[in-house]
Write a protein that binds this ligand. Structure first.
Ligand SMILES: Cc1cc2nc3c(=O)[nH]c(=O)nc-3n(C[C@H](O)[C@H](O)[C@H](O)COP(=O)(O)OP(=O)(O)OC[C@H]3O[C@@H](n4cnc5c(N)ncnc54)[C@H](O)[C@@H]3O)c2cc1C
Length: 419
């Protein structure tokens, strides 16, 4: 006899990890997915399991980048479409309010409540064979000048003092960098290795998780959009196009699409799609480290026999639609750092909507007046990194209700502020 039946809305990383934790607690689980498993942001991502670089996005640097992109569309990696302003104004206003130094560092401390659990929980999943192919050869930070490398080194040294990674290795010049990675371009003059974060192929992870869940009795209902979720007494009802699904509990893990399910529950989360892009290149010398390319905010991840380039946060007010121009900007930014690449031959260009929140922290907690509906969304740029600790908290919330709530992730924090 299961402890209860949980309907999970959304088959992305947050929904799938939550399903895993709930099965572990003895619940029967059904995953309702509007499209295909991992078809939102989860398969598109960079694959970084990176508790050491989990600072929240809202900061003055990003605000500057966003402002610049309004007048110079090819400059920034945080790209705001002027036409989208009316749709994203509520998010942006609260983002600005979260960008001051005090708020930034408080949010970062709070994110570490989850980050601090990532490595241990991921290791457990490696042990039981759900996660495989986790790489830990280090992230190679590349810079065009010594000043830039020193500033980046100092900021990662400060990060290491938070206790989630070792101090970065010493800065080296181009000859030593070329010994580590022979395929570097001329812009890579100085750099250093930073350890503590790991990476994997997120698409493979989605498939392995789904197979493991299915073998333990989880039910998947794909191509089925949930239109509304409500609690009636001790049951929850999920309205879909093909009827109502009943369960003892529901988890809303609908990524960038979550807002439309949250609003009727009285939650104003300002979850906004921040589109990220990735594509595959075929380097003459495939990298063996994750590469971070100066201040471009473009990263390169080795994924088995493929090399994935990732980056960009684009706010255009929609969750779908790939703008080829954004891919071109990423290529232009990356090209000086890499040699031996035919950029026109890139493949697998994809876009995925990150579920952004104004303060960079996820919304995890019970819906107001509905203990049996648990919200787990808004993971911004960190959904893979934060999936395991989020899932563990989701399971606690299902088991213990509001008593398990962590105030830092209260889904109502923006609703209350504006009355
Ligand atoms: C280019 C890029 C690079 C990234 N790199 C990293 C990284 O290296 N490390 C990291 O930690 N994070 C990274 N991220 C962020 C990470 O991918 C996201 O935070 C994460 O995928 C969010 O997971 P999710 O399950 O909440 O959302 P999603 O993966 O988007 O899943 C939500 C799912 O819900 C479904 N859904 C929506 N509405 C409904 C509904 N009404 N009914 C039923 N189903 C519904 C959608 O179809 C979708 O499948 C990156 C993102 C991008 C785009």
């Amino acid at each position: 006899m299961p402890a209860g039946e949980v309907a999970v809305v959304g088959g992305g990383l947050i929904g799938l990890f939550s399903a895993h934790s709930l099965l572990e607690r003895g619940y029967a689980v059904t995953i309702l997915e509007a499209g295909t498993l991992g078809g939102g942001a989860s398969r598109v991502n960079g694959g970084w399991v990176c508790p050491a670089r989990s600072d929240p996005l809202p900061s003055w640097g990003v605000v500057r980048d966003g402002m610049r992109s309004l007048t110079s569309p090819d400059s920034g990696s945080f790209f705001l479409h002027a036409g989208a302003l009316p749709r994203v104004a509520g998010y942006l206003a609260r983002f600005l309010a979260s960008s001051g130094a005090g708020r930034f560092s408080r949010s970062w401390d709070e994110l570490d409540l989850l980050n601090g659990r990532t490595a241990g929980l991921v290791d457990e999943l490696v042990e039981v064979g759900i996660i495989d192919g986790l790489q830990d050869e280090g992230f190679l930070m590349l810079h065009s000048t010594r000043d830039e490398a020193e500033a980046s080194w100092a900021s990662l040294r400060a990060v290491s003092r938070r206790g989630l990674c070792p101090a970065p290795e010493p800065i080296v010049g181009r000859p030593a960098l070329l010994e580590l990675e022979p395929g570097l371009g001329d812009a890579a003059q100085f750099g250093f290795v930073h350890r503590g974060d790991r990476w994997l192929d997120p698409s493979r992870l989605v498939d392995r998780l789904a197979a493991s869940l299915s073998s333990r009795g989880a039910r998947f209902v794909t191509d089925t959009q949930v239109r509304a979720v409500r609690q009636r007494g001790t049951r929850v009802e999920l309205a879909t196009g093909s009827g109502v699904v009943e369960a003892s509990h529901a988890v809303i893990a609908a990524g960038a699409w979550s807002e439309q399910l949250l609003r009727p529950l009285g939650i104003r989360g300002y979850v906004t799609p921040g589109k990220g892009y990735s594509f595959t290149i075929q380097p003459e010398h495939p990298p063996t480290h994750v590469l971070r390319l100066g201040d471009t905010h473009v990263g390169v991840t080795p994924m088995g026999d493929r090399t994935r380039v990732v980056g960009m946060v684009e706010l255009d007010g929609t969750a779908e639609g790939l703008h080829a121009g954004r891919v071109d900007v990423m290529k232009r930014k990356a090209a000086p750092y890499l040699s031996g690449i035919d950029w026109r031959a890139s493949t697998d260009e994809q876009v995925g909507p990150r579920p952004m929140t104004p303060d960079g922290k996820p919304l995890i907690g019970c819906a107001p007046g509905a203990d049996r509906i648990v919200v787990a969304t808004g993971h911004n740029m960190l959904g893979l990194s934060l999936a395991a600790p989020t899932a563990s908290l989701v399971a606690e919330l299902v088991v213990r209700g509001r008593a398990a709530a962590v105030p830092a992730f209260d889904p109502m924090r923006f609703t209350r502020r504006r009355g």
